[in-house]
Write a protein that binds this ligand. Structure first.
Ligand code: FE2
Length: 233
């Protein structure tokens, strides 16, 4: 497999192309979980192309397409076109934003029956700007985050973008929620703290991060450090 990389039994990532985000080159990452019945659950799917499609099809049957927050939606329609029988899940606020897409279900605070045996989930609350749905793949103890922590390699950006990335707090190993989003939690830190505690109670070993470097050891410590900003009153 050239495009799909195995993380552990039943879970893979796909590193996608860079997409521009307010002038910053953002690398993207999708995650794939294979449920016990062979169905595939695709988190934040990126660009799809024939070679990737062949690799995905070799893993199982694409059944669930999951958009974890309302700014991760660019390639959902392409995937739905390729896999018309897949069930499309909307994150909070996305139905209103993408009225052109016909979503089948909403992501809620607890997993639907389809994947509750293999994956837990919750809505990370507290922001007035955006809520992200976070997931936990139980058998590999892997937390799957999208923008809640961005963790780019220190050499990923150059010049003023490097300074900007550092200033907004998205550089490894100190990656965190980007500054502008953090500011929208001003009245919701207590709610965010409860969400963090629930995430930590899952006891993740690994953290898949959509933008930047994943964490394969010491997830608990990494999460507490990264979310240190919500401890401040
Ligand atoms: Fe993102």
């Amino acid at each position: 497999m050239e495009h799909v990389k195995k993380i552990s039994d039943g879970i893979w990532i796909v590193d996608g192309d860079e997409v521009p985000w307010y002038g910053m080159p953002y690398t993207t990452r999708a995650s794939i979980v294979r449920l016990d019945n062979g169905d595939l659950w695709i988190h934040s799917p990126g660009k799809i192309y024939p070679e990737l499609r062949n690799e995905v099809d070799a893993l199982g049957v694409v059944k669930f397409l999951v958009s974890p927050n309302k700014i991760h939606h660019l390639f959902l329609s392409d995937w739905k076109e390729c896999y018309p029988n897949a069930i499309l899940y909307a994150s909070p606020g996305l139905r209103e934003k993408r009225t052109d897409i016909s979503f089948d279900e909403n992501l809620e605070d607890f997993p639907p029956q389809h994947w509750e045996k293999e994956i837990d989930q919750m809505i990370f609350r507290g922001s007035t700007a955006m809520q992200e749905v976070v997931f936990f793949h139980k058998s590999s103890r892997t937390l799957i985050l999208t923008d809640l922590i961005e963790n780019f390699h220190p050499d990923h950006f150059t010049g003023f973008r490097k300074l900007l990335a550092k200033a907004t707090g998205i550089v490894s190993p100190n990656g965190k929620t980007p500054l502008d989003w953090r500011m929208s939690f001003i009245f919701g830190k207590k709610q965010a703290r409860l969400c963090l505690e629930r995430m930590i109670s899952w006891h993740p070993s690994n953290v898949i991060i959509s933008h930047g470097e994943c964490v394969f050891d010491g997830a608990d410590q990494f999460l507490r450090k990264s979310f240190g900003w919500i401890k401040k009153a």
